[in-house]
Design a protein around this ligand. Structure first.
Ligand SMILES: C[S@@+](CC[C@H](N)C(=O)[O-])C[C@H]1O[C@@H](n2cnc3c(N)ncnc32)[C@H](O)[C@@H]1O
Length: 231
């Protein structure tokens, strides 16, 4: 990771025995409401279920990617709050939640009245997490582990991107791809707490929130986080 202050980390005495992502998620998380989105419950890491202590390097040795799915990132919380408070943005629309992680934004979009949501995340643990979290919140979300960057638009009206500007190559490839989709008529919104690789131009700020976070994850208790429209 280039840009997060802390690292999402996990520890589990029997990590090497992980075979079913859904079992792993159930065993290593608790159901929590993200601070800004009390209407959604997610399987999340917490200090009570200690998944902080292992380094990213140690995780790699176990074959597990960092559990981004186990946190409701500031950018995702801001974008979800915006959608829930402005449901017209997604009501009746076909939505892509790109880099879905826990599935928070996808769930918020369905709760706000989207016609359909595709939640995309290349991490198979995130895929399992999105499915579990959609079930807990009683919404229907289609999930894919395909890397959609560069793909043609099959009919998405709106693309939602929560906290994806933390690595330069990833952020740049997403920007090129999504600007192409916007040129083709789609809307694209980004939720971001000022990560290093958030585009510096071509964005219109819609709203900002003070998102409560943890010092372990972000090195601060609150992150000022904005929702941007790609223009
Ligand atoms: C920081 S998390 C954000 C998760 C969620 N959007 C939120 O705001 O809470 C970034 C997520 O992007 C996913 N990701 C990274 N590259 C991706 C790609 N090319 N396609 C889909 N997901 C990707 C990671 O697996 C991770 O779950």
């Amino acid at each position: 990771m280039d840009d997060f202050q802390g690292r999402p980390q996990t520890i589990q005495p029997n990590l090497r025995k992980v075979s079913d992502p859904a079992d792993f998620i159930r065993a290593n998380t608790l159901l929590h409401e993200p601070p800004l989105i009390p209407e959604v419950k997610l399987h999340l890491a917490s200090e009570i279920v200690p998944i902080w202590q292992m380094t990213e390097e140690e995780l790699e040795k176990t074959g597990l990617p960092p559990p981004f799915w186990a946190f409701a990132w500031a950018g995702g919380q801001a974008l979800s709050r915006y959608i829930l408070d402005h449901p017209d943005v997604v009501r009746g629309k076909r939505v892509l939640d790109f880099g879905s992680g826990s599935g928070l934004i996808a769930i918020a979009a369905m709760k706000a009245g989207a016609a359909s949501v595709l939640a995309a995340d290349i991490d198979t643990f995130a895929v399992a997490s999105i499915r579990l979290n959609a079930e807990v919140n009683d919404v229907s979300v289609v999930v894919t582990a395909d890397n959609l960057v560069g793909s043609a638009n099959p009919g998405w009206d709106i693309i939602l991107i929560g906290d994806m500007c933390y690595e330069r190559p990833l952020a740049e490839s997403i920007e090129i791809w999504v600007r192409g989709l916007v040129a083709g008529g789609a809307t694209a919104l980004i939720g971001d707490p000022g990560r290093t690789y958030l585009p510096k131009t071509g964005l219109e700020k819609l709203i900002s929130y003070a998102v409560k976070t943890t010092r372990e994850l972000e090195d601060t208790d609150v992150r000022n986080t904005s929702v941007w429209k790609i223009v």
